[in-house]
Every structure is written in structure tokens, then in C-alpha cells.
Design a protein around this ligand. Structure first.
Ligand code: LIP
Length: 278
């Protein structure tokens, strides 16, 4: 049976690759850096250009589809997931890395229908690693199948997280408190490459047992959520409930026991939801 969204996924891979080469070229040049929610929440013309490239290219092929794009939302577009086929796009995940030439930058394209994620494409374009995942069809990196780690012991695990872009002292204290408790379980180490999507793809690849973060957005995690699930991993909320794409909270892990062990140590808080009324 032809898979109904295969052509959409093929297009996502092709446009992610095109977008990635644009990002690679731009990272060599001087760039104009602007800010959004805070002085450390950066955006560049490349973020905007790449998102426009992806959206126009998809619209051309799938004119009735809808979009949730990081920079479109920043420009005032609504961030509401309906039952319509919807492309959830982070054109440059790891913008701070991009600005600094730190070599982990990903083009992230998730796709949902009836509010269910159908496939995800994350192109880590400096490394030239194309991660893909399609519901029920597995997860791959450059065509090689992905499988999460089989490690079940938290004190043998590497955990990934990020500091995010909120510098409110109370939020920063909660971030450090969670990190301190997890580090002292103990775990083998805590890592973060600076992009949620790539951190999650490292979970799917089996070299990181889990990633958690509070403060991400739906466009950071939509694509990689499919990749983690299809690599045999689990997704959940930071307080142990079901993963909620719009909640700005995520735990992605190789197995439920590691996810639940981390949840016990996270000093949880609730940022304004992505789909909160503006
Ligand atoms: C980034 C996320 C990262 C988070 C950063 C930022 P962006 O996305 O991937 O996990 O810690 O604050 O939100 O803004 O580079 O697309």
C-alpha cells in the first residue's frame, strides 16, 4: 500500500538538505544578529530566509497544508495545531551555535495530521547527518537504522539538557537545581549540543540515554519526537504525564525507567504554552 505521506516526507528531506546548504554557506559569512524574547534569544536573517524557503517550497507542492514556523510565529502568526496537515518548522535549531560558528545546527521539519505527528526530518547540516523518522516505519541517520541505548541503569547513563534562553534568576535556579540533582544520582555525565532536535537525535542514536528540557518550543522537538519514538525511545512530560507538544516541556529517553528516574529529580515549572492565546 502506498504510504500516503511518503511524498511529503521525501519533499521534507529534499528541502531540508537545500536549507542546510544555505545555512552552511551563511555560517562562513558576517551576519546581522537580532534578538527576540531576551537578549540571548537570537535570530538572524538566515533563520527567516530558510523558513521562507521551506514554506514556499511546501506550499508549491501541498497548497492546502498549514504551517507552524518559529520565525512566522515570532512575526505574529498563530501557533495553533489543527487537524489539518501541518508542517512544524525550526529553520535553524541552534541559532546561538550558528551565530558563534559552534558546529551543531539543525534544520528541523515535523509533520502532523489530526494533531498526530506522522514524520520528522532533522538535518544536522554542519555534520551532514540527515535524521528521519516516520510513524511505524523506523528511524534512520543517513539511511542507517537508529536504535536507542539498551542501558537501563541511570548511574551508567549520559543525560542531555540545555540552559535555554531565559535568564530570569528563579528559572535559572530551577534549571541548575534539576541539573545538580541528576548529576549527583550519579550519572556518567550531562551534555548538551545547543539544539534540542540534535540532542533528541543523539538519544535516538543510542549515545545519550535521555534528554530533558523546559522552555523548548513545539518546532524544536516535533520532528525529533518522531525520530526518538521510531528508534524505540519514549517521550513524556517532565512531571511524568504524556508528552504534550505545545507544553514547552519534554523528556525523551531510551526507556521508561530512565525517563521516570529523571522526572523524579526535575524541579518542574510551566512556561506559557506555545498555543496559549496571544
Ligand atoms: C534552541 C533549542 C534549545 C534551547 C535554546 C533554543 P533555537 O532553539 O534548540 O534546546 O535550549 O534556548 O530555544 O532557538 O536555536 O531554534
Amino acid at each position: 500500500m502506498t504510504d500516503v505521506w511518503q511524498s511529503a516526507m521525501d519533499h521534507a528531506v529534499s528541502v531540508a538538505r537545500k536549507a542546510g546548504s544555505l545555512v552552511r554557506e551563511a555560517v562562513q559569512n558576517e551576519m546581522k544578529v537580532m534578538t527576540k524574547s531576551s537578549s540571548v534569544d537570537l535570530v538572524t536573517q538566515t533563520d527567516q530566509k530558510v523558513e521562507t524557503l521551506i514554506i514556499l517550497s511546501v506550499k508549491d507542492k501541498f497548497p492546502t497544508h498549514r504551517f507552524i514556523g518559529e520565525e512566522s510565529v515570532a512575526a505574529g502568526e498563530p501557533c495553533v495545531l489543527t487537524d489539518s496537515p501541518t508542517w512544524i518548522i525550526d529553520p535553524v535549531d541552534g541559532t546561538t551555535n550558528f551565530v558563534h560558528g559552534y558546529p551543531f545546527v539543525a534544520v528541523s521539519i515535523g509533520f502532523a495530521v489530526n494533531k498526530q505527528l506522522e514524520f520528522g526530518v532533522v538535518y544536522s547540516c554542519i555534520e551532514d547527518k540527515m535524521y528521519t523518522g516516520k510513524k511505524g516505519k523506523g528511524a534512520f541517520c543517513n539511511g542507517q537504522p537508529l536504535q536507542v541505548s539498551d542501558q537501563k541503569e541511570i548511574n551508567q547513563a549520559i543525560i542531555a539538557t540545555e540552559f535555554g534562553s531565559d535568564r530570569d534568576p528563579e528559572v535559572v535556579e530551577r534549571i541548575f537545581s534539576s541539573m545538580r540533582k541528576i548529576l549527583c544520582l550519579p550519572v556518567h555525565g550531562i551534555r548538551g549540543v545547543g539544539t534540542a532536535a540534535t540532542n533528541m537525535c543523539l538519544v535516538a542514536s543510542g549515545c545519550v540515554e535521555a534528554y530533558y528540557e523546559i522552555g523548548v518550543h513545539c518546532w524544536d522537538v516535533a520532528a525529533a519526537a518522531v525520530i526518538v519514538s521510531e528508534a524505540g525511545g519514549v517521550l513524556m512530560d517532565v512531571e511524568g504525564g504524556p508528552f504534550d507538544l505545545m507544553s514547552r516541556r519534554v523528556v525523551a529517553a531510551n526507556c521508561r525507567s530512565i525517563a521516570e528516574r529523571i522526572v523524579k529529580e526535575i524541579d518542574a515549572f510551566s512556561p506559557p504554552r506555545d498555543d496559549a492565546p496571544q
